[in-house]
Design a protein around this ligand. Sequence first.
Ligand code: PLP
Length: 272
Amino acid sequence: LPLPAPGQTPVRVLTIAGTDSGGGAGIQADTRTMAMLGVHACVAIAAVTVQNSLGVSGFHEIPAQVVADQVRVVAADIGIGAAKTGMLASTAIIEAVAGVCREVGLGRDGTIPLVVDPVAASMHGDPLLHAEALAAVRHTLIPLATVVTPNLDEVRLITGIEVRDATTARQAAEALHKLGAQWAIVKGGHLRSAPVSTDVLYNGDKFYEFTAPRIDTRHDHGGGDTLAASIASALAHGYSVPEAVEFAKEWTRRCLEASYPLGSGHGPVSPL
Ligand code: PLP
């Protein structure tokens, strides 16, 4: 992406998400990605996780009104080129975020693109969303999305579809579009039986497929965040959704290739 000229205000992207005390995923992956892409990252913290390379041992939610207020003041003064949501933890936070997004013009019915990463659990199964909040993800959050970016576990929780191949991936993308997302990506990276990682993108009209070689690494923490944050950064630069996804897939591949060990568990997806 083009870097800002010295002294000029860069493109701004807002992440509304949870922290990772281990510095691998969530807000930390988002802000690292944005900084590397020459984008100024604004941050609305929705939850604080207690986490290291071995997993998430707990989380604390920020009051819903405080989450919404962070978004409101950033939009009013700094201005936002695109935003992404990550871990939102609860129904109350999802509803407050949806309300403020509509108020400031974020999302498919507004003028500012919104990437919704419907974070439900870490890739190792630690919960990051209260189970009762899935209904709000389905009926309040996804209908706001310019782009929704679930992984295969999140696809199963949200749509009930078990993605096994290209046909079921397309069915899942259709189901997500039907829930109200303008564009839906079904990320194939977690389908370990496939020799390549194929993401399916759909807008109600046309399917796009993005394929990259599968990179098998144990250091894959924060991969989903990196993808969603780089899509949002490219959208803020004026890329179309298919262009932004193509850019983000390549960026995330490079970050996966350059991931590094940290602690005794899973290191982060990052070239640092
Ligand atoms: N912690 C936070 C705050 C996250 O937002 C996420 C994913 O979105 C994770 C942890 C889990 O990351 P991963 O599934 O890449 O391990």
